[in-house]
Design a binder for this molecule. Sequence first.
Ligand SMILES: Nc1ncnc2c1ncn2[C@@H]1O[C@H](COP(=O)(O)OP(=O)(O)O)[C@@H](O)[C@H]1O
Ligand SMILES: N[C@@H](CCC(=O)OP(=O)(O)O)C(=O)O
Length: 379
Amino acid sequence: MDKDQKRLFDSARRVVVKVGSGVLSFNGGINHNVVASISRQMAALTQGGREMILVSSGAVAAGVAKVALGRRPASMPEKQAAAAVGQAGLILEYELRFAEAGLKVAQVLLTRNDLSHRGRYLNARNTLNTLLAWGVVPIINENDTVVTDEIRFGDNDNLSAMIALLLDADLLINLTDIDGLYDGDPRTNPDAKRLEVVEKITPAIEASAKGRPGAMGTGGMWTKIEAAKKSMASGVPMVIACGSRPKVLTDLFEGIAQGTFFVPRADKLGSRKRWIGFTSQTFGEVTVDDGAVKALVERGKSLLPSGILDVSGAFDVGAAVAVCDARGNELGRGLTNFKAEDIRAIKGLKTDQIADCLGSKEYDEVIHRDNLVVTVAAP
Ligand SMILES: Nc1ncnc2c1ncn2[C@@H]1O[C@H](COP(=O)(O)OP(=O)(O)O)[C@@H](O)[C@H]1O
Ligand SMILES: N[C@@H](CCC(=O)OP(=O)(O)O)C(=O)O
């Protein structure tokens, strides 16, 4: 591991570890050795003075084994029922393993709504911070049994990145069944090579991560790349490594390089902007012209009505909206100063025409730059 990475590991006080279903399952059930190994390593790191948070998948896989379904269910009710059966046993197993090291764990099951509403987000943060202050290890999963499409995270890779941002973690470690990101799907491309360090998510990297997940996984490498984007853009380093490798976590903290390291931007994004950019739920879309794209992406300006081509959705003042270019690419997200119907009325106008059009004017900017997070890199 190079000096910069080693320094990041040495100084990381708060660490989120995500472990995926593939590496947690074995022979149609839970891989008890992997649960024991990860618990042991997390406990050792906690006792070494770090605050460790676990995001663990595996509820569906554990449930499949218990009800002897034989394979990961395809239908939603079966998946939700399997998760209900499996989550209990999974958390019990973690509880027993951490107890061997004298540590307590807490089960935290979340839906997207718990994080996409600012008030609930802050509430979740307070609860998790309290657990950490008590020396308890939070073990987080999606609340699979009750989620519907509208309130799903859908995958624990993105959930783990949102947790890392929520808790202002210093590091995010994604443990899966492969030793990192390859430049092609290794199942279909035997010549694919592991990338040791990723400084920027390029279109080639995105293309390499489009393969299906493993038999028990969700999202495959694609959702890990989405998680890496959130993490890197917020200033949190991320590693993808193999969860079944003995001492994977403790070795990383001893400076033994493995997996793929995603280099974060140098300055950390503030907590409110992280929420706006990567966790808030958007209620509509504002399409902007090429001049506005340049102003927002290259010059960090606010969005004015004159650069707006179109608006979709029905939303009120203060809602989070996606900002897209004319080709439909999302440039970022922001909190709007105007409701959707007013933006529809003032799009394309100069700021001194707003009051005439709407009868009054509180703001010049449709989205002020303090409330805007650009999530694409400037060219
Ligand atoms: N470019 C790639 N590099 C590495 N693995 C890839 C790539 N593309 C697809 N995969 C597949 O993604 C799988 C990991 O994703 P997934 O099954 O969702 O794991 P998890 O359950 O840990 O989230 C690997 O087993 C691998 O076969
Ligand atoms: N919440 C689900 C896992 C969803 C998920 O993202 O799975 P994975 O891709 O294996 O991390 C479960 O506990 O089975």
